[in-house]
Design a protein around this ligand. Sequence first.
Ligand SMILES: Nc1nc2c(ncn2[C@@H]2O[C@H](COP(=O)(O)OP(=O)(O)OP(=O)(O)O)[C@@H](O)[C@H]2O)c(=O)[nH]1
Ligand SMILES: [Mg+2]
Length: 467
Amino acid sequence: MVSLDVDDTIAAIASAPGPGLRGIVRVSGPQTVELVEALFESYDSHSFPNRLRPTSTHGQLAVDKGLKVDIDLYLWPTQRSYTRQPTAEFHLVGSRPVLEMVLNRLCGCGARLARPGEFTLRAFLSGRIDLTQAEAVLAVIDSSGEQQLDTALRQMAGGLAGPLGAIRDDLMGTLAELEAGLDFVEEDIEFITRSQLLEQLERAGQKLEKIQQQISLRDRGAEAPRVVLWGEPNSGKSSLFNALLGTQESIVTEVAGTTTDFLVGELVLKSMKLDLVDTAGAEERSEYVSSQAQQHRVEQQEQADALLFCIDSQRQPTLWEKDQLSKLNNACVVVLTKTDLHDLESTRLAELSQQIRSFGFDGPMVSTSSHSRDGLDLLADEISLAVINSQSADQSIVGTTVLRASESLRDATAAVGHAKDAVILQLGDELVASELRRSLEALGQVVGTIYTDDILDLVFGRFCIGK
Ligand SMILES: Nc1nc2c(ncn2[C@@H]2O[C@H](COP(=O)(O)OP(=O)(O)OP(=O)(O)O)[C@@H](O)[C@H]2O)c(=O)[nH]1
Ligand SMILES: [Mg+2]
C-alpha cells in the first residue's frame, strides 16, 4: 500500500544492489537540512550548508563507534528537487554494509525508511511529474536494452502527458461554455453554437483516436521483439536457430519437414533481448509438413517483428520463395544458408543474390554457414537493424503505461462519441455536459490528475526501494 504522507523525511539506499564502485543514500523531506547539519561535517565549512541553492561538497559522516565515512554530498535545500522537498544524496564507497550504516544513522536521527517508489511518489504527489512519467521512471530503471531505454526516456520527457493535456484543456473549455449556457437557459443565451460544439467534439474525438492507435501499436506490453525463421523445408532454419543461440535445442536432420511445432529461444544481441522462433518449413504440399505445423508457422509470421528468410544456397530458388520475396511485408533479412558447401571459386552465391534481387527483394541479404559460423556476426547486425526499423517511431510509450491507460482512453473516446450523438440527436446540453465530464475523468486517470489508491498501488507498487 502506498503512503500519501509527505510530512516525514524518508531515506533509502538508492544505488542498485550488488557491488559497485560508488553507492548512494538518498534522503528527502522537511527535516533533510537539519539531518545533514546534525550528522555531516563538511571540509568546506564556511560555505556549508547553503539553505538557498543546491550545493555539493565533500566531507564526512560519523556512523558508528567513532567510524567516519568519506562522502560527496549533494544537497537540494529547497523545493527545487525531484520530490519538490528538500533532498540530499550521500555518495560514498559502494560497500553495502557501509551504505547500511549511513542509512541506519539517518534513521536513528529521525528519518524513516522509504517504501518502494516513495521518492517518485512524492514527485508525483507534488505535481512534479505525472503518472505516465512515473511509469517511465520505472521503465528507465527496468529497461533491458537501448531501444527500451530510449522509449522510456522519451516518455519521461513528456510522452503522452503533453498531447493528452492539450485534449483535456480543449474539452474543459467546451464544457465551461456548455455549463455557462446551462446557467442562462431561461435567458436563451447561447455561449457556443451547435456547429461549433460539434466541430470541437469531432476534433477531440479524432485526436483521442490517434493516440489510441499509437498506443495499440505498442499493445504488446513488455514482450521482447520476435524474430522468426522462415523458409522452405530443409533450408537450414533449425541449424541457424541452434548456431545463433549456441544450443542444440532444435532438431536438425537431412529429412525435410523435421520441425513440426515452433520453438522459441532468447537471443541477446548488442543490448537487445529478442525471441528467436524456429518454425516448420513452409510447404504447401502436405506430404512433408502437417497442416497444424503450417498454421503455427503462419501465426508466427504474422506476429513477427522481423523475418529471417532462409534460402538454401545449394539449389535454385523455388516458386514459393520467388512468390514470398515479392510480397513479404514484415521487416525481412534474406539468409543464404550452407555457404560452406561452395568452393572458393564458385560464383554461385553472386548469381543467387542477383536472382533474388530480380524477384523484387531490395532488403538486407547475408550469406551464412551454421557449420563454419561464417557470416553470423554480420547477420546479428542485420537482425538488430531490422528489429529497430520495425519498431516504428510511434512507439514512444512504455508498455506498462499502455496497459494501464488503454481502458481509460477507450472510455474517454467513447464518452466524446456519446456527447457528439447527444448533440446530433438534440438530447439536451445536460447530457452532453455529463458525457464530457466522464471523458475528462477518464483522461484524468491516464495522467493522474484524478487518481485512486488502486491506481497508485498499481504504478508505485512495482518500484524498488530508493527510487
Ligand atoms: N553443410 C551445411 N549443412 C547445413 C547447414 N545448415 C543446415 N545444414 C544441413 O541441412 C539439413 C537441414 O537442416 P535443418 O536445420 O534441419 O533445416 P530446417 O530448415 O530446419 O528443416 P525443416 O525443419 O525440415 O523445415 C541438415 O542435414 C543440416 O545438417 C550449413 O550451414 N552447412
Ligand atoms: Mg527445422
